[in-house]
Design a protein. Structure first.
Lengths: 266, 210
């Protein structure tokens, strides 16, 4: 299981303000809190800083690196910002967020994945957009995996993101994702799956409930990575419990450790 | 309860079968078709818009209500000429070049149509030139541009620049929306309005044409 802490993102109001004020201490506190809560990776995203994204990316990575050593997930649709973040993020196995089957993006991001030998989030979308139907989703995902493998990226480096769409718009959007994960995890046993959870509940009430339950359903289908708020103790508890229940936690050690550390609670 | 109220209620509760039955009855009873639309169907949808904005109704319910409304409108439409239907205004809408996201734009379109705007939807990945052509052809009061990516959001500015070059900037109001878009960005690029969600977009359009 891989937990990517999502909080350092300039689309969040408090992070936006901290970046504007160059409040390193605040950013560092959020970084430390997430690691303490169990994040394996920290996502760094300053995509909203459209005019100085590269500069802010450098500052954020340097700032976070001063206090935590967990690997970073460098998050941007802009290859230049990715390059800056990767260059500064240091020795650990980094993660690139993200590549996709869009031709230009694939060609620009692939060299970075190879150069820094990173894990990579692979978004299930191509130049025609986010797939409309379940068959299209499977076809685009499969082709993207095939292309990445052909470029000498190993299955183990790939974190396929099936791109979750709002259930409120179409009540089949949830089950389509589960089917896609189930099918592809049988076809490519070594690849990983990752997703953000909040899209599923867009436009519906009690969103956290839907997010949590959908997370558990995804784990059952084969998902093994999530980009989430690790400070949400209830989602982290569910994650720890689901992971041990699905039989991937040797001797339930991870669960027991989490409980003892107070991270996993009923 | 008047028949109009019952029809509005059918729209509000998303009961499109009931909306169909009631509309048919009213048509048979020779009720003024424009009244059926304005006082029954759209009146119901106006309530939906308010409740949606207040967080008392949710996206799937709004979609059912919109379906109920359009079921009724389709039945009445053959009885009136297009020009009789008082449109709240005309909006050309699309997602910017390089961006394929359509869910938010479709919700805005649905909401605008529901409160009486006629909407020309140019789809996704729309070039600035396509917006210009649509403005020349349809003469909308408003164009709505959507972007879901921080990278494609910048293409909104290009559309505003080209509007100026073509001398069209003061002919249309430009509104923008999408996850990364903020009021700050709206002000920065000189657009006329920003809305946080579909219900707010409908209010914004009403204000801009009002």
């Amino acid at each position: 299981m891989l937990v990517v802490g999502e909080l350092i993102n300039t689309s969040r109001k408090n992070i936006k303000e901290a970046v504007e004020a160059k409040n390193a201490e605040y950013i560092q506190q959020i970084a430390k809190d997430q690691v303490e809560a169990g994040a394996d990776y920290l996502d760094i995203n300053c995509g909203t800083r459209v005019y100085d994204e590269e500069e802010i990316m450098a500052w954020l990575v340097d700032t976070v690196r001063e206090v935590v050593q967990v690997p970073l997930c460098i998050d941007s649709p802009n290859p230049k910002a990715l390059a800056v973040g990767l260059e500064r993020a240091g020795d650990s196995t980094l993660m690139v967020n993200s590549i996709s089957a869009e031709k230009e993006r694939f060609e620009q991001v692939l060299p970075l994945v190879k150069k820094y030998n990173t894990k990579v989030v692979a978004l299930c979308m191509d130049d025609a957009g986010i797939p409309e139907t379940a068959e299209d989703r499977l076809r685009v995902s499969d082709q993207l995996i095939v292309d990445l493998l052909a470029a000498d990226i190993s299955q183990d480096q790939i974190y396929l993101d099936p791109l979750i769409k709002p259930l409120g718009v179409n009540n089949q959007f949830g089950v389509e994702v589960l089917d896609c994960v189930r099918t592809l995890s049988l076809r490519y046993p070594e690849i990983h799956f990752i997703c953000g959870l909040s899209n599923i509940s867009f436009g519906l009430p009690e969103r956290k409930l839907l997010n949590r339950v959908f997370m558990v359903m995804n784990i059952t289908a084969g998902m093994d990575g999530f980009i989430l708020d690790p400070l949400d103790q209830s989602i982290m508890s569910m994650l720890g419990a689901a992971w041990t229940l699905i039989g991937k936690d040797d001797y339930c050690m991870n669960y027991l450790k989490g409980v003892r550390a107070g991270r996993i609670k009923a | 309860m008047t028949d109009f109220n019952r029809l509005s209620e059918a729209v509000i509760s998303g009961d499109f079968r009931q909306a169909e039955v009631l509309t048919k009855q009213m048509v048979e009873n020779k009720v003024d078709p424009l009244q059926i639309i304005n006082e029954g169907l759209i009146a119901g949808m106006n309530v939906v818009a308010v409740r949606f904005k207040a967080g008392d109704m949710f996206v799937p319910e709004v979609m059912m209500s919109a379906k109920a409304m359009s079921t009724g409108v389709e039945l009445v439409k053959p009885l009136v000429t297009e020009s009789d239907i008082t449109s709240a205004g005309k909006v050309v809408i699309g997602t910017v070049k390089g961006d394929m996201h359509d869910i938010g734009k479709n919700l805005v379109t649905m909401m605008l149509e529901s409160v009486g705007f006629s909407v020309i939807d140019l789809g996704v990945d729309v070039k600035a030139e396509t917006f210009i052509e649509a403005i020349k052809e349809h003469h909308p009061q408003i164009i709505g541009i959507s972007a879901l990516l921080t990278t494609t959001m910048l293409n909104m500015k290009d559309i505003l620049d080209i509007l100026k070059e073509e001398g069209l900037r003061d002919k249309v109001k430009v509104i923008i929306g999408g996850a990364p878009v903020t009021q700050e960005f709206c002000t920065q690029i000189g657009a006329d309005g920003y809305a946080d969600d579909a219900a707010e977009a409908a209010d914004l359009c009403k204000r801009l044409v009002g």
